[in-house]
Design a binder for this molecule. Structure first.
Ligand SMILES: Nc1ncnc2c1ncn2[C@@H]1O[C@H](COP(=O)(O)OP(=O)(O)OP(=O)(O)O)[C@@H](O)[C@H]1O
Length: 216
């Protein structure tokens, strides 16, 4: 799936973003399948806003987002839900886990959504072991540390098929070793699916072989 950002300008920060040069805001940008894209930008410049606009959580912007030439704003709820189950996955900065459910229940909600799950429960166990969170799978998500929750949210994003993975500061609460493990798992998952990703962060990093850098 190609994602097109057609002259997007978020309304609340319109003046701010139009004052500086950007390769994203108010530009015609095509994100092609299987690109590994890094957007490094300072706090408050709109990284989270960008993810929310692409995911169609936020509609307070001018311009158009297109999935394969189809304006997202014209998609039915059913079509959008289908795309989110099969073509687009996400790790939000605020994770959005259900705090009262266990870590595993959060993952299972997503894994079991399709009639034939993409990943098996053994796959989930293996990913949890790889990321060092197997011991918290049966713990309430709200009681997991933020770094544990971050790894659970990453696993949840990886249990479905996707062509694009959106990630907003996905390693912000992980130490170097755990970041390396999570990045390796994500790289494998994207390679297997021939998927692209868009990762936003505050700093430079060497976690992935990025194919494209964009300035916000
Ligand atoms: N709904 C809104 N109404 C008004 N202003 C908003 C709204 N949402 C975001 N903003 C402002 O837009 C700017 C960008 O916010 P955003 O959260 O996207 O930044 P960010 O780059 O992700 O920051 P951080 O690195 O701190 O997470 C901020 O100045 C924020 O205050």
């Amino acid at each position: 799936m190609t994602i097109t950002l057609d002259h997007i300008v978020p309304t609340p920060i319109r003046e701010k973003v139009l004052q500086r040069s950007s390769q994203i805001w108010n530009q015609q940008v095509q994100l092609h399948a299987s690109e590994w894209i890094k957007v490094k930008a300072p706090s408050g410049t709109g990284k989270t806003t960008l993810h929310h606009i692409i995911w169609h959580l936020r509609k307070d912007y001018t311009g158009n987002v297109l999935y394969n030439d189809q304006p997202v704003s014209a998609l039915s709820q059913e079509a959008l839900a289908g795309i989110r189950q099969t073509q687009l996955s996400v790790v939000f900065q605020d994770l959005r886990l259900f705090g009262q459910l266990t870590a595993l229940e959060n993952i299972e909600l997503k894994r079991r959504m399709p009639a034939t799950p993409y990943c098996s429960s053994e796959d989930v166990q293996a990913m949890a072991e790889r990321l060092g969170v197997a011991h918290v799978l049966h713990q309430q998500a709200a009681t997991c540390s933020y770094g544990e929750q971050q790894r659970i949210a990453i696993i949840r994003a990886l249990v479905q098929p996707f062509e694009w993975l959106l990630m907003d500061e996905p390693f912000s609460h992980l130490d170097q070793q755990n970041t390396a493990k999570a990045a390796a798992l994500i790289a494998e998952a994207c390679t297997q699916r021939k998927a692209g990703f868009l990762l936003t962060d505050l700093d430079d990093d060497q976690h992935f072989s990025y194919t494209r850098y964009l300035q916000l």
